[in-house]
Design a protein around this ligand. Structure first.
Ligand code: XMP
Length: 536
């Protein structure tokens, strides 16, 4: 066992995505995913170091690997024991491509086993912080301290390196915690360089990329702007393009890149379903139509959506009602615009990876069907963010001159405030109450300088509940507002944010004073799992 379990992406069968351009293909690193929980993080860290990296399934056909001409390969960690039946195997040919290979955790163990070293399941695992003692720095650890802390997560352990390898370091429970064979360009580390708890991890990755792979280290998210603009031009030619704007950072950056590429061949459509936060619709129009001068059709569809939501309380029924109304609206607007061939979507690299890994996963909430468009729309997709992680999209947004507010906007669900009015139907009065409460929370969170630190912060209105209070000299019977604020890296897990008491105090007192319908404020202190971030 090397890592906590996450499913191994199975996208290989559906084909490996094309690399962005021939030029970047020459300078890329491929991370082969053996199912580790940190695999995406490895790719992100490599990119932060300045080299383009992609994550591919561990069993990606050799021809595909060769066709990409990577400058380096990284083998990720994984949850299995190398001795477990059905454990993802490392093909010897991967080590013989003539490309430097760095095995991390399971990746190292699989390499050692394949090449004739000794890997055994140790009686005691090594999980968490450990101390690394460097005996021989070799090429990989040169210039780094002799003793450093590192993050471990494994039970299988390397006891002897394969012939030709030098053992570089050991840790409390790992006789061989780092090794290398410079002749063959093969390297292995038992610890996780990609996590922040390995303070020299980035430097080790950087050494592998710079010294071993000889990469120029000149990649940055901003450097893809020109490249993507060229790609969009090439794909679209003189065709007409449509983009559905949601007000979120992904669709906004995708739209702006496309506008830079093809100018007024792009028309953006913003459907205001009336479920946005206070002034958000106006902000989208001001940013795109007025500031960036992007052709924009803004549709006030509040009445239609509220009519569809009347009497609906079931969360999934709500999502379906909003989703289908959204598609109908979008299709109507597209039809008015005449012959459009291309549709811009803000698909991110993590969506690309996850869509390969989610087969058979239980539907907890039908997220991605909402605010999305059906697959049978007759558009060709333009997806300029397909290779970027979220933080990189933000960098591109900043590069394109987007406001700080838009670049750093917290995630907001497609069905908007409708899934935050729970237990009774969504109507305008309740939306107004929730919008007012949400405004107070955002305002105070921003003033406290905490907005960026929180993955999401929002309010929920349990609409079926009323509470008794005393306001002035009288009894009140009003709404309860729940505050939900979480920290998270990817929304898969989340912890409730420990907001300062004085901030909570200001928020609660402003809410009950400024919103007559509200007389009670509560705080949601549930983590995910077992809770989810949204209430429904
Ligand atoms: P949960 O509530 O499942 O949410 O922990 C995880 C992330 O997804 C967002 N979310 C949605 N996004 N349509 C969306 O576009 C939806 O129906 C939806 N439901 C939840 C949620 O805000 C969080 O960021």
């Amino acid at each position: 066992m090397s890592d906590l379990a996450t499913p191994v992406p199975t996208a290989a069968a559906e084909g490996v995505p094309e690399p962005p351009t021939q030029e970047t293909a020459r300078d890329e690193v491929l991370v082969l995913d053996f199912g580790g929980q940190y695999s995406q993080l490895i790719a992100r860290r490599v990119r932060e170091c300045g080299a383009f990296a992609e994550l591919l399934p561990h069993d990606t056909p050799l021809d595909d690997l060769q066709a990409r001409s990577p400058r380096g390969l990284i083998l990720s960690g994984g949850p299995a024991s190398v001795y477990e039946e059905g454990a993802p195997s490392l093909r010897a040919e991967v080590l013989e491509l003539g490309v430097p290979v760095l095995g991390i955790c399971y990746g190292m163990q699989a390499m050692v086993l394949e090449l004739g070293g000794r890997v055994e399941s140790a009686p005691v695992g090594e999980f968490g912080r450990s101390s690394l003692k460097v005996r021989e720095p070799g090429r990989l650890l040169a210039g780094l301290p002799d003793e450093q802390s590192c993050w471990m997560s494994h039970r299988d352990t390397v006891f002897e390196p394969p012939p030709g390898f030098t053992a570089l370091a050991s840790s409390d429970q790992s006789p061989v915690a780092a090794l290398e064979d410079n002749e063959r360009g093969l390297y292995g580390i038992q610890f996780h360089p990609e996590v922040v708890h390995t303070p020299y991890g980035t430097q080790i990755l950087d050494r592998f990329l710079r010294e071993v792979c000889g990469l120029p280290m000149d990649w940055s998210a901003a450097s893809v702007v020109e490249e993507q603009i060229a790609r969009i031009r090439e794909q679209v030619g003189d065709g007409q393009v449509i983009c559905g704007l949601s007000g979120g950072v992904d669709s906004s950056v995708a739209a702006l890149l496309t506008h830079r590429a093809v100018g007024d061949q792009l028309t953006c459509v913003f459907i205001d379903h009336g479920l946005m936060r206070l002034n958000e619709g106006e902000q989208v129009v001001a940013a795109f139509r007025d500031h960036f001068e992007v052709p924009l059709v803004a549709v006030d569809a509040e009445e239609r959506f509220l009519a569809r939501l009347a009497g609906v309380t079931d969360p999934e029924a709500k999502r379906k009602a909003i989703g289908s109304e959204f598609i109908r609206c979008f299709e109507e607007e597209a039809a008015k615009l005449g012959s459009l061939k291309y549709l811009v979507q803000g698909t991110l690299y993590s969506d690309v990876i996850e869509s390969g890994g989610s087969a058979g996963a239980a539907t907890i909430k039908s997220h991605h069907n909402v605010g999305g468009l059906p697959e049978d729309l007759e558009f060709e997709l333009v997806e300029p963010l397909r290779w970027l992680f979220k933080d990189e999209v933000r960098q591109v947004g900043a590069e394109l001159g987007m406001s700080e507010r838009l670049v750093w906007r917290q995630p907001f669900p497609g069905p908007g405030l409708a899934i935050r009015i729970v237990g009774d139907e969504v109507n305008r009065e309740r939306l107004d109450v929730l919008r007012a409460a949400d405004f107070v929370l955002q305002d105070e969170v921003r003033k406290a300088g905490l907005y960026r630190e929180l993955w999401q912060s929002f309010c929920v209105l349990p609409a079926g509940v009323r509470a008794v209070g005393v306001q002035g000299d009288g009894r009140s019977y009003g709404y309860v507002v729940a505050i939900r604020a979480v920290t998270s890296d990817d929304a898969m897990t989340a912890d409730w944010a420990r907001l300062p008491y004085d901030l909570l105090d200001r928020v609660a007192s402003r809410m009950v004073n400024e919103i007559p319908q509200v007389n009670r404020v509560v705080l949601d202190i549930t983590s995910k799992p077992p809770g989810t971030i949204e209430w429904e």
